[in-house]
Design a protein around this ligand. Sequence first.
Ligand code: DGL
Length: 273
Amino acid sequence: MGNNQPIGILDSGVGGLTVVKEVFRQLPHEEIIYFGDSARLPYGPRPAEEIKQFTHEIVHFLLDYHVKMIVIACNTATAVALETVKKEVDIPVIGVIRPGSVAAIKNTKTGKIGVIGTDGTIKSGAYEKSLTKINPKLKIESQACPTLVPLVEEGNHSEEEIRKIVLDALKPIKKFDMDALILGCTHYPIISEYIQEVVGPHVKLLSSAEETAREMSTVLHYQCLLADNANIPSHHFFTSGNKKQFKQIAESWLGKHINVEQVDITAAKSISK
Ligand code: DGL
């Protein structure tokens, strides 16, 4: 018999939807409860302790829905809070940095890998640690791109504006002779076509979404937690920010109609305590 409890997925905003899209594809029987903390975005420049606190609040919000697994679909939160959350809860918790590193290692031929992410992720050195743990000989160049998350989250820029912002953001890393570039922020796949234009077709763009869904599938399988819902389950999307803006970006990215509820996460936390 399957386990049809939902899976909780969180991000600072719409970025984690890049993981959700892949979960829909690879694990169509799983029900998702998603929380995007758009009201407190960006997480990137915030101190680690604050990100840990926000993540803790969202994890407890998700636990109230009796989730069977938690996916921290945010690189910044994974970098600083994954280990703490793992100790705090007794269900499987998955982050996105290890899966992103695995994807890059599978795809590089030259061993020269670029990493772009938020200030928090890049400063943490989490990708370097994770990549060199698998292969210490890799050459890695990392760069923070703080302008890209607001660009995705606002969702109202013209193509020309997007092109210019992406080009400016990637100027330094473009000089690095890499054959793989890790999109080390879950927001970036949403603008991957523009990133690809700037770095050129010889650089393979890797996001953690596909590998994360694969890792989820493996863990669910080994722990006998895979769902066996006969029908496609209905999912629940929550945001702490602007519901209309979240819904618009989410529906365009996921290619389907969704229901979104706005939640005051601080109040939700006090209700759940
Ligand atoms: N999407 C998040 C990440 O993967 C963070 C964006 C932010 O809030 O700065 O890092």
